[in-house]
Design a protein around this ligand. Structure first.
Ligand code: ADP
Ligand code: MG
Ligand code: ZN
Length: 492
């Protein structure tokens, strides 16, 4: 956690997380969902533009994704659920109501288990419901602020894109927990192919509710914060709000229930509007849509179709590969990376060393160069070959890294990369090698003594010295000759 501020009062946070579902078409019409970068208002039809006389038709794919996410969150999937109209007047909504689930959502009563700062934490999920997204308003201003705009433009391309909203109980007690919860939700959504879950592009959006408990332990008045488009800003907005609410209460003030917007440039939240209550929306059942009926057999089918979930994978990696929690967390964050790692091990690389290479080198190169693991040029089989050669002392780690760089930068075979790296061909032998070995022995007299006195029964110390020789020669020593010379010099 970034801030050092310690709240006097217990912080209470509940989150509403919107995930844009990975369907190809919208929730109630057959317009495509890939609206990003399209000409404004080109991705629309009479249904999503709410032309009178049109009727919505429910997308089954969205229902299936909602049910899968619900199962991933350990919710009960409802056999019967339905839609309501949530009425409000705003230009981003052509119908003047949003079709959303309200009283009877598709999934209820689940949880997500977290680990934050070494402590286990369970956050209960109240429910998950389906709803349609709204369009987007564009305010053409020179300073980018709404107040400076002479007029606004509306783009309905996003209108009607399916969302699932996951509503938590107010169970989180710090900004760090809130961040971790959203990270695990995103990971689950990605494992299940439900959503890209990108806060930056808005396919994952968080409304964060935060209050401070009263002295008697009862819940205080909450504020809802919107407009955070990264994990960092989510945490910062909640930190800011914790301080602001504490100060207001300290000085004898009250917290008003309202919606506030996070201003990322200024690092503050600002009041946007008083919080609406349910009665403001005049919810009523959507009679143009049949209820969603999911049979027990269908629910069983969804369960059978679930892939290995992140926590199951973490447990299995701990059992099968003996990696540390931290290593596992990094490698299993993305399902594709975890698969890459597993394939590397399946190709014969020792698990611990393979984990190091995936975590340190592969991820570093992806970060530096961009791109995803799926189109990473060095395939698991090749990485496994490199790792095995390092394990066998044929290559030093340093040369292994050079080879990886070569393979990523140019199209060449592993053999060619090994030649180009100078690891073979120009082998260090004779006097040159002898000199380096002397240097290593002189720098490690204690180790050499242990070996000479016959106490290195498992050969670990000898291996250590061999490793140093390979390192000093950047892997260019002939391994066989190096080993012979070392043994002779150590009287073995
Ligand atoms: P609304 O219908 O006004 O959106 P809900 O009861 O559905 O209100 O709650 C919305 C979110 O606010 C939930 O995630 C819930 O956990 C959270 N929440 C409710 N009360 C509090 C509170 N006192 N402090 C923090 N979060 C809260
Ligand atoms: Mg709500
Ligand atoms: Zn449409």
């Amino acid at each position: 956690m970034s801030a050092s501020y310690v709240s006097k009062r217990q912080v209470v946070i509940g989150l509403e997380v919107h995930l844009q579902l990975n369907t190809t078409t919208k929730l109630f019409c057959s317009c495509p969902t890939d609206y990003i970068g399209k000409t404004p208002n080109s991705n629309v039809c009479p249904i999503c533009l709410a032309v009178p006389g049109t009727l919505p038709l429910l997308n089954d794919g969205a229902v299936a994704l909602g049910a899968r996410m619900g199962l991933g969150l350990h919710c009960k999937i409802q056999n019967y659920s339905n839609f309501h109209r949530k009425n409000y007047f705003y230009a981003d909504l052509a119908k003047a109501y949003q079709i959303t689930q309200y009283e009877l959502p598709i999934a209820t009563g689940g949880y997500m288990d977290l680990e934050v700062g070494g402590a286990a934490k369970r956050v209960r999920v109240h429910h998950l419901h389906l709803e349609e997204d709204a369009g987007k308003l564009v305010h053409p201003t020179t300073d980018g602020r709404l107040t400076g705009a002479m007029y606004s433009l509306v783009d309905y391309n996003r209108g009607g894109v399916p969302l699932s909203e996951v509503v938590s109980e107010p169970d989180m007690s710090s900004p760090a927990e809130a961040r971790e919860y959203v990270m695990r939700l995103r990971q689950l959504a990605r494992y299940l192919d439900i959503s890209d879950g990108e806060m930056e592009s808005g396919s994952l959006r968080v409304d964060a509710n935060i209050s401070l408990s009263n002295a008697d332990g009862s819940l205080g008045t909450r504020v809802e914060i919107k407009n955070m488009n990264s994990f960092k800003s989510l945490e910062q907005a909640l930190e800011y709000e914790t301080v602001r609410q504490n100060k207001a209460l300290d000085s004898g003030g009250r917290i008003v229930q309202e919606t506030r917007l996070w201003d990322n440039a200024e690092g503050v939240t600002r009041s946007m509007r008083n919080k609406e209550t349910a009665s403001d929306y005049r919810y009523y059942p959507e009679m143009d849509l049949a209820p969603i009926v999911i049979t027990d057999e269908e629910i069983e089918d969804f369960k059978r179709g679930m892939p290995e979930l992140p926590w199951e994978k973490r447990d299995r990696f701990a059992r099968d590969f003996g990696l540390s929690k931290e290593e596992i967390a990094i490698i299993t964050e993305q399902r594709e990376l975890a698969q890459y790692y597993e394939d590397t091990v399946a190709s014969g690389a020792p698990p611990a060393r393979a984990a190091n290479w995936v975590r340190m080198e592969v991820l570093r190169m992806l970060n530096e160069r961009g791109g995803t693991i799926s189109d990473f040029k060095v395939k698991p089989g090749v990485l496994a070959d490199i790792v095995k050669k390092i394990e066998d002392g044929e290559l030093s780690s340093t040369v292994g890294k050079d080879i990886l760089e070569l393979l990523v930068a140019e199209d060449m075979s592993l053999d060619d990369a090994i030649k180009r790296s100078g690891a073979s061909g120009r082998r260090l032998t004779g006097d040159a090698l002898d000199g380096i070995i002397s240097g290593v022995l002189e720098a490690n007299p204690d180790v050499a003594d242990v070996i000479r006195s016959g106490q290195d029964r498992k050969g670990g110390k000898l291996k250590f010295l061999q490793g140093l020789v390979m390192k000093e020669t950047r892997g260019q020593a002939d391994p066989k000759e190096a080993s012979e010379v070392l043994s002779r010099r150590l009287g073995l």
